[in-house]
Each structure stands twice: as structure tokens, then as C-alpha cells.
Design a protein around this ligand. Sequence first.
Ligand code: ATP
Length: 136
Amino acid sequence: MAGSFTLNVVSPNGAIFNDEVEFLVVPGEDGELGILPNHSPLMATLNIGVIRITQNGKVNRMALSGGFMEVGGNKVTLLAESAELADTIDIVRAKAAKERAEQRLASKSAEIDMVRAELALLRAVARLKAAEITKH
Ligand code: ATP
């Protein structure tokens, strides 16, 4: 048996995920970070991106809007700014958010907060990636 560890994902909306998993890939600040059972203690800031969770040999995806991860004692705690499991993502909403952000970025208006629009775009793209990959 390959072994497992506990993954607990919490967002301001409450618990998003709390279960035993076999493998986890998260968007670290310097690229993807893979976590296997009995990983050594670690604290890391996470970027906006897609999380891949392997459970019973199957991969599930989650969109993450950034956060903080603590690994230790065969447990991973992820404090997310927001996180959604692939099957709870509203694709129409994410597409609309992506379009809105792209229009804002293209407008080059002084009224627009470009950093805010860029972050909104990254969140929308992460949601679309997490939601759509599971369909294939
Ligand atoms: P929007 O402009 O559509 O609100 P956003 O990126 O500004 O997108 P956030 O501020 O990151 O949204 O999230 C607000 C809340 O809405 C969070 O609880 C997040 O999980 C949820 N959420 C945002 N977009 C989606 C989506 N496409 N599907 C499901 N939940 C979503």
C-alpha cells in the first residue's frame, strides 16, 4: 500500500475538503509542489492555480485563489483565500469573469486597477482549467 495523508482545505467559506489522499500537487510560488505521505515539515505560500488531489488512484482538481500551506505530522492544512472543487465551479461565471478582466486589461484606462484585473483574470483561468480538465 502506497500510504496516505490527511488533506484539510479551509477557506473563509468554511471547510472545502477534509479527507485522506495519496498525492497532492499545489501551485507553489516557484512552481508546482508535489506532496507524498510522510513529507517533511514545510510551510509555503501558494499562488493562484490548480490543485491536483489523488485519491483512490483518481485525480480530482480544485481551483485555488492563493493561500498558505502547512505540512507536518502526515497532514496538510491549506488555508485558501478561496477554493472550489472542480465539480462545484460555475463555468459560465468563470468565463464571464475572464472576459470582464480581459476587457479591463485591454481598456488601458487610468480608472482601472490593472493589478486587480490581472488577479481576477488568473482566478478565472484557474477555475476554467480546474473545471474543464476533469471532463476529459
Ligand atoms: P467573480 O467576479 O465571478 O465574483 P472572483 O474571482 O472575483 O469572481 P472571488 O472573489 O475569488 O471571485 O470569490 C468569491 C466567492 O465566490 C468565493 O467563495 C469563491 O469560491 C466563489 N466563486 C467565484 N467564482 C466562482 C465560480 N466560477 N464557481 C464557483 N464559485 C466561485
